[in-house]
Write a protein that binds this ligand. Structure first.
Ligand code: PMV
Length: 325
């Protein structure tokens, strides 16, 4: 009863921001992401008869505390689906995600864990069913089950059975690249979970955000299909700015940006003025991701590295969904 799975992280071009159900992790809106080849987690799950509790090792270190609790609660959910309530596992995860670059390792982490645990329990699941389970570990993780461009359909049902990820286009449809820009300064973090909750509950801008999603999604999917980079970039950037605008309307207000974030945003705009198509997006943190085309890679990387306060730039291509090793 042992399996190993590999899952990549993903970057949202249309953001998931806000839950309609906190415990089932059901979103207020559909979101759309690109799975990233460069950044991934590999997880081995081995169920053993003699264990009284799960053991969790991350990068070979035993994990306890809230991180352990989150993982073992998720394992309980999987045990529930498998109808094997009292069989425990040794879980070994290796993260190849630059968390310093503002990627939550939870997306690749929960996708790899869900895949490895369900495979070890010999549950023969479709990607749809696997993404539904993964969603309950971490929302954005459900999109990492699939490769390329992926949409998380919010669904309408109260039990969450119609809230899962679907592939919009496979990785080989289009070679789009992403530069993850690492900033030097640390800020006190409002987690995505707390940030979206506060925004949903208090920001008067929140309803406009939700209303703007269907139009963005329709346009970006059409642009992906015809490989219209400028339209994809323009919509992704505007969608990111609108998501971040909701946080300024929250009570108390907050922002994930700091001065270097804004310097990177300005540099990306300057690149466009010089004829290099590049667009930015930002998640629940100060770091910036820049999307660009392969022919501009050298120039984009060089330009981003010259910005004061930028400590590293990590490049990635479009990646595959979950694989089993
Ligand atoms: O799934 P979480 O709790 O890591 O939330 C992700 C939220 C954003 O990264 C800001 C947007 C997204 O769709 O990934």
């Amino acid at each position: 009863m042992k399996a190993t799975a590999k899952a990549h992280t993903n970057i949202a071009l249309i953001k998931y921001w806000g839950k309609r159900d906190e415990s089932l992790i059901l979103p207020m809106n559909n979101s759309l992401s690109l799975t990233l080849d460069g950044f991934y987690t590999t997880t081995t799950v081995e169920f053993r008869d003699n264990l009284k509790a799960d053991q969790f090792y991350l990068n070979d270190k035993p994990i306890t505390g809230p991180e352990y609790t989150r993982v073992t609660k998720f394992m309980d959910l999987i045990r529930g689906y498998a109808e094997k309530p009292s069989i425990y596992a040794v879980i070994q995860s290796i993260n190849h995600v630059p968390t310093a670059a503002g990627f939550a390792s939870s997306a690749s982490g929960f996708a790899a864990l869900a895949a490895a645990a369900t495979r070890a329990l010999e549950m023969d699941l479709s990607n749809q069913a696997l993404s539904r389970i993964t969603r309950q570990g971490s929302g954005s993780a459900c999109r990492s089950i699939l490769g390329g461009f992926v949409e998380w359909e919010q669904g309408e049902k109260e039990d969450g059975s119609d809230s899962y990820a679907v592939q919009v286009a496979p990785p080989d449809h289009w070679d789009i690249r992403v530069a993850a820009v690492v900033l030097s300064s640390k800020m006190k973090k409002v987690s995505s979970r707390k940030g979206m909750k506060r925004t949903v509950e208090t920001s008067p801008f929140y309803s406009s955000w939700v209303d703007s999603i269907p139009h963005d999604l329709k346009q970006i999917k059409e642009a992906i299909h015809v490989r219209d980079f400028e339209t994809v970039g323009r919509i992704a950037e505007a969608n990111c700015l609108r998501m971040h605008a909701t946080t300024l309307g929250a009570n108390p207000p907050f922002t994930y940006w700091h001065d270097t974030t804004m310097a990177v945003m300005q540099t990306v705009k300057d690149m466009r003025d010089k004829g290099i198509p590049a667009y930015f997006t930002i998640d629940a943190g100060p770091n910036v991701k820049v999307i660009y085309l392969p022919e501009n890679e050298a120039e984009v990387e060089k330009t981003l590295r010259t910005i004061p306060g930028v400590t590293d730039v990590r490049l990635s291509r479009s990646g595959q969904g979950v694989t089993y090793l």
